[in-house]
Design a protein around this ligand. Sequence first.
Ligand SMILES: C[S@@+](CC[C@H](N)C(=O)[O-])C[C@H]1O[C@@H](n2cnc3c(N)ncnc32)[C@H](O)[C@@H]1O
Length: 280
Amino acid sequence: MRGKHEGATCHGVSFGPFVTTQQPMSSPSSANQTQVVNNASQDELDRRAGLLQAFRTNPVPNAEVLANLGLFLNRQALSRLLFMHDLYRLALPVHGVVMEFGTRWGQNVVTFTNLRGIYEPYNYTRKIVAFDTFEGFPTVDPKDGGDAVIRTGAYAVTQGYDGFLGGLMRYHESESPLAHINKHELVKGDVCETLPKYLEQHPETIVALAYFDLDLYEPTKKCLDALAPYLTKGSVLGFDELNFPAFPGETVAVRETLGLDRHAIRRSTLSPTASYLVVD
Ligand SMILES: C[S@@+](CC[C@H](N)C(=O)[O-])C[C@H]1O[C@@H](n2cnc3c(N)ncnc32)[C@H](O)[C@@H]1O
């Protein structure tokens, strides 16, 4: 069941218009029809469907729901937030902006926004810039391999979602100091075109942290090439899928641009798939 929302405004923060993916509770495991990689077993999927049901029908009063979302964060979701926290902390002493390539629903850029509010609320130059088509993969390359998910349109979001995410980003900025200064940008379109344009329009850019989650060869390679002159010693580059069989293109792009032997590619115990390097 898809719902069309005309958009809502709440104390000056507007969300939408957007389309939701809310599903009937009888079929929670089919909630997202978009092609995505999921390595979960049927047993795990069933248990998570139970958690989703508990979330949707929870008895916590409205006034306390948002402050108690940890009730519904499972180990995997919490690990991811902690990993993003570690990356942000690594980049904290580095001057520059935070970029994410492949943002989708936007949880990482919301997390980075809140980490800025916690650790450096007066650093209004720490802009957070999110790049995505918001329509899924625009094209794929033979170097991306043959997994079922490697197809145009995989990881699409719902119509108008970038407007909804923009509202969320403004809300989260409003909970921290200097809320009157906009400190984020959502850049919609094929990043192969939008990143060079963004860098041309923002020659002041230094990149302190870039998170790569495009999954694909060509855009990852083009972004790494375009970003090289904007990195400094200590810049942190995070990668979602290096050494990951379903998405070989991301590793090939790193090998062809940065070289696997030129930087130490580090991992964290918080994630089996994500990795990072620090520019030296
Ligand atoms: C795996 S999803 C990102 C997930 C997100 N970072 C997260 O943590 O939930 C991959 C994203 O990359 C985006 N993407 C892939 N190729 C792109 C391109 N050439 N330009 C812009 N976005 C692209 C897709 O639209 C998709 O949203």
